[in-house]
Design a binder for this molecule. Sequence first.
Ligand SMILES: Cc1ncc(C[n+]2csc(CCOP(=O)(O)OP(=O)(O)O)c2C)c(N)n1
Length: 534
Amino acid sequence: MSTTAAATAKLLADAGIERVFGLPGGEVLVLMDELRRAGVDFVLMRHEANAGIAAAVYGKLRRQPDVVLTTLGPGAANLMLPLSSAYLDQEPLLAISAQIPDEFPASHTHQLLPLHDAYRPIARYVSTITADTAGEVVPRALAACMHRPFGAAYLTLSAREALKPVEGGQVGQVGQVGRVGKDSGPAGQIAARELIGRLATAKRPLVVIGLGIDPVNATRIRRWITEWNLPVAVTPKVKGIVDETAPNFVGVVSGMAADGVMCDALAAADLLIGFGLDPVEIDKTWHAELPIHWILEAPNVGGLVPAGTALVDHAAFLDAMLSVQPPAMWPSPFAEFQRARRAKLHDRSGAAGVMWPGDIVESLAAALPPETIVTTDVGSHKYLFGQYWPSRQPETFWMSNGLSGMAYGLSAAIGAKLARPDAPVLAAVGDGGFSMNAQELESADRVGAPFVTVVLEDQSYSLIKLSQEGKKLEPYRVDFRPIDTVMMAESCGVDALRTTNPDELASAAKHAVERRRSLVIAVPVHYADYRRLF
Ligand SMILES: Cc1ncc(C[n+]2csc(CCOP(=O)(O)OP(=O)(O)O)c2C)c(N)n1
């Protein structure tokens, strides 16, 4: 006879889920074992938050929600970060944790937290798995994650309920969880005609592509931008949707390096086209102040749709655009901004004993193939990579930007490498963020997810230090003593080196990728050098 745990495991396996990430407690062992029997691998990690981030990236790359599994109480409490990330960064993530059984005496408060109440505001669907409801609740949770904007669902299953028999062994069948259907009617063509009319008279149009574009439309939007030679900018989370080495690429908007240049470029446009643009990525308020012609396919985070905007099928819209000739020509109207953006990357300070941050990006980009997946953590280095890493292919750049939560980069790299084992993966992290979850290097090595990690060492929370200086505050509690990155990596079983030589950095990274080996490269930088890039 089947149990609730067995039924849950079968439902997940039948939905195409091949891996569950997590960190167990006694209360989830039965479900873990049923997952094993159902052929679903358990990726054991060293912190639930890291497991959740890895699962979300893994799932998004596989175009389905993935699962993070934790124990009750403290393990479940550690899910706040990945569930918040899933909510604000549009990632499909199903979290399942144990919970105290409802039938326990009311006086039993040990490890009892109001988990549903805590996560309901940020999860699309929250429920309890029981013997009676598993067949309905699990598929509903998976589907909720894929309802755009993608997000999180949260389920609990008590250890007692996990063992209960499921009546008749019937739990229903679920197919591969797919995307919710969208309107592909004439709205796309109407929107196309309207925009063509506006483009006919525009001198400085700028297409700004954001998180709301589905990468399945990458080929179409690339064709449109290229054939019409339209100036284009992107937000960090869709870097690679267009080729950033192409001449019509203007830059990355939303708070990265060179943001002043990018904000000036946005203000200089006479037609801003927000293609899937989601303000969740924007740390300033220009999205509400500048007139934007929105081309949205789904609501933005929070269910928000700008007033008067009709949702359109992006594929139908782009097909309509591609069926006509461009209504005008736009010969490099943003050239001055493109030059200013590039110039910052080479405005080196010459500080001794460190590497100029621009050289880190340029040497790695020259050494690694275009299909390399880059993940970043949060801090000054994120601004650097977000603006200057020349992404060339879709879904090759991963950053926490809606939430902007530290400790994302390493975990995201694990999820990315497991989802795309043939792609080289590079994680770029600060020494602050690295010290939050460097122990996951051991997890990565153990589960067969080799990647290159570059740790930009400046012994400070440099982004915060620069902000402190910018506010003319006293230097206060933003520096720390170094923890030896090389020793830390080696203690996790991963090769490591330290260098301030760009050629050595490039060849070490290239060699590690070719040999499919994990490598950590510590690169000393000067925190103040970042100021020159901002
Ligand atoms: C979880 C979390 N805690 C705090 C912050 C605030 N914060 C943003 S950047 C940053 C500094 C990061 O330092 P480091 O990882 O060394 O990177 P760097 O800025 O030096 O490149 C901090 C503390 C955050 N975004 N996320």
